[in-house]
Design a protein around this ligand. Structure first.
Ligand SMILES: *Cc1c(COP(=O)(O)O)cnc(C)c1O
Length: 409
């Protein structure tokens, strides 16, 4: 095996096409290195990384504090199983509880697993509420939602392209249009519904925020009918919107929260937080995962929060976003045939497109900007939380340059 980078890019392409499952339409570059908001491919070409591993690299690439904490922990203790305590997991719950309030955490390794834990919590709540196992199992989700690729996650994701080929899925799920409170009011039953589950800002669906007033009304309905309000902050949480959690804009108090993506800054970790009294529903033996909250993963997440706090990144995102959004809106005005509208909050932006986003994303990449398509209708810009104003503006310049020669079919 050669480590020469130009050689390895051709070699990687060959190995990918020969041996990797075909579930991803991987783009034709091999990334070998990252620093801050930039990544480099095997030919040495630099890109501004506004994909951030899909809202994962929250403090950019190779942040020195994160690298140091991970290497120190790797030398000390990588994994011991949840049969024993480890120090980073203890420190992590202390650190996260500042943002969530009183309650309990359960760790896992991905977003889908965090949502699985929420769905299991819903089942336990429904059992307690109705007094019968299997009676109160309803979960209401939003149309266009995305909650992951496991069977629970797919069942909670009412999208043909996600569910197709994998039915039968779990029963008990129904969906209602986001922000249409009358539809949710109708869909939520005091006897049959255990929980509602929704993203504060839909990510994969194309960046559609839940309206704060809608969330407040939804919380009221849930409280009246003893239905859990489960909030999926996997993509929009951990500072991305200019609040630590995006639901904070609405003032609601979720009964449980799912987080993952940005939490580990690139190291796989997921978690749920549960409010009292629901944090008592999981008892010994009722749930678990071998790797969840492992020492190394917890140390990585702890370093992400340490960086977010010491560099004041949540406030920085909030402060830098209005001017950036303004520039993006100017771009939308300049190219009305291509861009429909700008959606989202903070560093979770959806450029709603009037044209197919895929070729535009490819052209942006060629021009040195990585971005993420969403649902065939939007281009997501998800810079790391420590992206500078100069980098935010550079992304707009690249976008402008690419669109200035774009031929609308
Ligand atoms: C990415 C995502 C998931 C699934 O997370 P994985 O880590 O890919 O399993 C679930 N919900 C939302 C809102 C997401 O953005």
């Amino acid at each position: 095996m050669s480590h020469d980078s130009v050689h390895s890019t051709d070699e990687s392409a060959k190995l990918y096409s020969q041996f990797l499952a075909k579930n991803y339409s991987t783009q034709a570059i091999t990334l070998v290195k990252g620093k801050g908001t930039r990544v480099w491919d095997a030919h040495g070409k630099a890109y501004l990384d506004f994909a951030s591993g899909i809202a994962v690299n929250s403090v950019g690439h190779a942040h020195p504090v994160m690298v140091k904490r991970i290497s120190e922990q790797a030398e000390k203790l990588i994994h011991v199983s949840n049969l024993y305590r480890n120090e980073p997991q203890a420190q992590l719950v202390e650190s996260l509880s500042k943002y969530c309030g009183p309650g309990r955490f359960l760790f896992c390794n991905s977003g889908a697993e965090a949502n699985e834990a929420l769905l299991k919590l819903a089942r336990l709540h429904g059992k307690k509420k109705s007094g019968v196992e299997g009676k109160c199992i309803g979960v209401v989700v939003a149309e266009k939602a995305f909650h992951g690729r496991t069977f629970g996650g797919m069942s909670a994701t009412p999208q043909e392209k996600i569910q197709s080929g994998f039915r039968p899925l779990l029963t008990g799920f129904s969906s209602a249009p986001l922000n249409d409170i009358a539809a949710w009011d109708k869909a939520i039953s005091a006897t049959d519904t255990a929980a509602v589950l929704l993203e504060t800002i839909q990510g994969e669906g194309g960046i559609f925020p839940a309206d704060p007033v809608f969330l407040q009304q939804l919380q009221k309905i849930c409280q009246e009918r003893n239905v859990l309000l489960l909030i999926d902050e996997i993509q929009c949480g951990i500072g991305r919107t200019g609040k630590f959690f995006a639901y904070e804009f609405s003032g609601i108090k979720p009964d449980a929260i799912a987080m993952a993506k940005g939490l580990g800054g690139g190291f796989p970790i997921g978690a749920i937080w549960m409010a009292p009294p629901y944090d008592e529903l999981f008892q010994p033996g009722s749930h678990g995962t071998t790797f969840g909250g492992g020492a190394l993963a917890a140390a990585a997440a702890l370093s992400v929060i340490e960086i977010i706090e010491s560099e004041n990144l949540v406030a920085r995102v909030a402060a830098q976003s209005p001017a950036w959004h303004e520039s993006l809106k100017n771009l939308a005005q300049k190219y009305p045939a291509i861009i429909k509208e700008i959606r989202g909050a903070g560093y979770m932006v959806g450029v709603g497109m009037n044209v197919d986003p895929l070729p535009v994303v490819a052209a942006l990449r060629e021009a040195g900007l990585l971005a993420v398509p969403a649902s065939g209708i939007a281009i997501r810009l998800l810079p790391p939380l420590n992206a500078t104003v100069a980098e935010l503006n550079e992304a707009i310049e690249i976008f402008d340059r690419v669109l200035s020669t774009w031929k609308v079919a």
